[in-house]
Write a protein that binds this ligand. Structure first.
Ligand SMILES: C=CC1=C(C)c2cc3[nH]c(cc4nc(cc5[nH]c(cc1n2)c(C)c5CCC(=O)O)C(CCC(=O)O)=C4C)c(C)c3C=C
Ligand SMILES: [Fe+2]
Ligand SMILES: [Fe+2]
Length: 345
């Protein structure tokens, strides 16, 4: 029997700094997130970052936490429920970090009699720190605990027309009655080094003005290309005029060069340059989370106002929108049917 595992990033168990520290330790000690040798990662994470960050992050989580729990988890659960209502295939949900482990998610499916799993990383664009770390961990778990399972992973869906359609619709709906001068597409940032590491050609990604718009097999795994392409496809769909939209990268951590331009500086520049009304969308996130609800909707708005801006409109993530749940169900059905056909043949 077939089953599906939806996978998102995860959150701490609570906003208590102790829980936040435990979660950040697991997250930041992942060699695909902070990709330096173990001794140096331990020194950076356990010797430096975890001394101060948990308190600061816990305060940020406190500002966005819901009665039901972490918005990212609650919204992912709502999506799971909606998709489950639309299909007979068992749908489980797991997180890459935290208590809702991938192992528990796979076990839940196995307990229902599943022997063929489709994992769906809830990230539109591929990144070493997101899709790849899920795929690698699932493979490790299969080897160790679930050798009988046949597992396939859904690739990044940034350029799938049905995804671009719902993302564009969600933007259009929010901006229907909103006057804005500039629409900023803010993606989670990654260190530039991650882009070079994922370059399968080993020579294409220069992270300059042209590599991401020059066709290359490297783009199958190039986060920067996939982000810029998402913006381009949405802009085409919504008929946005050049100069009225742009892309930026948020949430920088550490001192390495990260993808540019940074969202915070971009928002500030908009305000200083006289933009009074801006809108912002965060397509690297399928569910609203700390990075959208606090860093963008709270901090971003404050930066814009301080720089002279007036109206700051934040477009919600796809979350558990009905049309988004339909799209996910469609992908599950395609996977199910293709194999049914093979079985018949
Ligand atoms: C080196 C550090 C980090 C990389 C690389 C990174 C990539 C990355 N992250 C997301 C999605 C999310 N990140 C979230 C929180 C978060 N991210 C980092 C660091 C890196 N992320 C930290 C330290 C944190 C914790 C919060 C903080 O202290 O600032 C979240 C939100 C989780 C939540 O509970 O709401 C998401 C989602 C992507 C998509 C990505 C690469 C493309
Ligand atoms: Fe992150
Ligand atoms: Fe590129």
């Amino acid at each position: 029997m077939k089953g599906v595992l939806l996978v998102n990033l995860g959150s701490p168990d609570s906003t208590n700094p102790k829980d936040v520290k435990k979660y950040l330790d697991e997250f930041l000690m992942d060699p695909r997130v902070i990709d330096v040798p173990f001794w140096f990662r331990s020194f950076l994470v356990r010797g430096i970052i975890l001394n101060t960050r948990p308190k600061k992050s816990a305060e940020a989580y406190q500002k966005i936490w819901w009665d039901e729990g972490s918005p990212l988890i609650v919204l992912s659960e709502r999506l799971q429920k909606k998709v489950q209502e639309k299909t007979t295939v068992p749908i489980a949900l797991a997180m890459r970090y935290g208590s809702m482990t991938l192992k528990k998610g796979l076990q839940e499916l196995v307990d229902q009699g599943v022997d063929e799993v489709l994992t769906i990383p809830l990230y539109p664009q591929f990144a070493m720190a997101t899709t790849e770390t899920i795929d690698v961990r699932v493979e490790e778990l299969k080897k160790e605990f679930f050798p009988q399972l046949q597992i396939t992973s859904l690739p990044a869906f940034y350029n799938k027309s049905e995804y671009i359609e719902v993302l564009s619709k969600s933007i259009a709906e929010k901006l229907k009655n909103v006057d804005y001068e500039h629409l900023l597409f803010s993606y989670h940032g990654v260190p530039e080094r991650h882009i070079r590491k994922s370059d399968i050609t080993k020579s294409h990604c220069k992270i300059d003005g042209s590599c991401c718009i020059t066709d290359s097999p490297a783009h199958e795994f190039c986060y920067r290309h996939q982000c810029l392409k998402t913006t381009e496809l949405v802009a085409e769909k919504l008929n946005l005029q050049a100069g009225t939209y742009s892309s930026s990268f948020q949430s920088r951590l550490g001192f390495d060069p990260w993808l540019k331009p940074p969202t915070d500086r971009t928002i500030e520049r908009m305000g200083l340059n006289g933009v009074k009304k801006m809108a912002i969308v965060t397509p690297a996130f399928v569910s609203d989370c700390l990075e959208t609800l606090e860093e963008i909707a709270m901090e971003g708005e404050e930066i814009f106002h301080e720089a002279g801006g007036k109206e700051f409109t934040v477009i919600p993530c796809l979350n558990d929108r009905d049309d988004w749940a339909e799209v996910v169900t469609g992908w599950i059905d395609q996977w199910r049917i293709v194999d049914v056909k093979t079985a018949i043949a």
